[in-house]
Design a protein around this ligand. Structure first.
Ligand SMILES: C[S@@+](CC[C@H](N)C(=O)[O-])C[C@H]1O[C@@H](n2cnc3c(N)ncnc32)[C@H](O)[C@@H]1O
Length: 263
């Protein structure tokens, strides 16, 4: 980990609010919540209710970066930068599809790395609105859509964008991006191409039931992707202050993935 990794990304403007973490016993990662005191009102918000979090400028950064020390976007940027050096590829050649783009923190890292173009996709409109509000100009285009049900014009836009890299950070599994949507996004980028993603450690394990462990293993085994780097790291702290470990992968795309594998 580089010393600069825990730095907090800037949000454009911050409303006057306080965030408090609850003192609770065991909570699953998809059950975590906090309280926000804003405008004299106290509200309880689940971490997975992203639409409510993105609606308040600076809330996502305060919660996940200031309080819970999230590192994932910076880890992916560092590993991607290293892969580019090893491959002798200029960052400006990257035309990235950032899947589960949220309010644009990964897009911002990619721009700072020097990516030539970044397209964003998220399933909720509040994410796109927050990205435009907090990080204007980072994304060439930002689509609000379901990858498993793309409209023809959306497919045409993405096909015409000459995308050669896919990123998806802290967005796979749970109730977020399912394996099918991951595979569709992966097939939207060119061959050869690059893919960089993070996955909760448990979703990489053989006993995982999210579907990612089987899919990723098969993609490597059947050489649909060729590994460039893999790193276990602390994604963030839980509400109880315990480390949550993820695995970051950077790999070269060698072939499309068969959607039949997901049946
Ligand atoms: C924890 S946030 C991560 C956002 C961003 N990648 C980051 O690292 O800051 C997960 C994001 O995935 C999005 N998401 C969930 N399910 C999705 C799906 N099926 N397709 C696209 N995005 C999805 C959520 O709306 C949310 O913005």
């Amino acid at each position: 980990m580089s010393p600069s990794e825990p730095a907090v990304p800037e949000a454009a403007t911050e409303a006057d609010f306080e965030v408090e973490l609850p003192e609770v016993g065991q909570l699953g990662q998809d059950e975590e919540w906090c309280e926000i005191l804003v405008g004299g009102e106290r509200r309880r918000i689940r971490f997975h209710d992203y639409h409510e979090i993105y609606d308040i400028p600076g809330f996502y950064e305060r919660l996940f970066y200031d309080k819970l020390e999230c590192q994932s976007p910076r880890v992916i940027r560092r590993l991607l930068a290293r892969a580019l050096t090893e491959l002798g590829t200029e960052p400006g050649e990257l035309r990235v599809l950032d899947v589960g783009a949220g309010n644009g923190i990964v897009g911002e890292e990619l721009r700072e790395l020097g990516a030539g173009a970044v397209y964003g996709i998220d399933i909720i409109k509040e994410a796109a609105a927050a990205a435009h509000r907090d990080r204007p100009g980072v994304y060439e285009r930002y689509l609000v859509t379901d990858l498993t049900d793309l409209a023809r014009d959306e497919r045409d836009t993405l096909a015409g964008a000459n995308l050669n890299t896919m990123t998806t950070v802290a967005a796979l599994g749970f109730d977020d991006i399912p394996p099918h949507a991951f595979a569709v996004a992966y097939n939207l980028i060119s061959t050869p191409g690059l893919v960089a993603f993070t996955l909760k450690e448990e979703f990489v394990a053989k006993r995982d039931s999210s579907g990612f462990s089987n899919l990723i293993r098969r993609m490597f085994d059947e050489e649909v992707i060729r590994p460039l780097s893999k790193e276990r790291y602390r994604h963030r702290l839980s509400v109880q202050g315990e480390p949550l470990y993820y695995v970051a992968f950077v790999a070269e795309k060698v072939n499309d993935v068969s959607l039949a594998w997901l049946d």
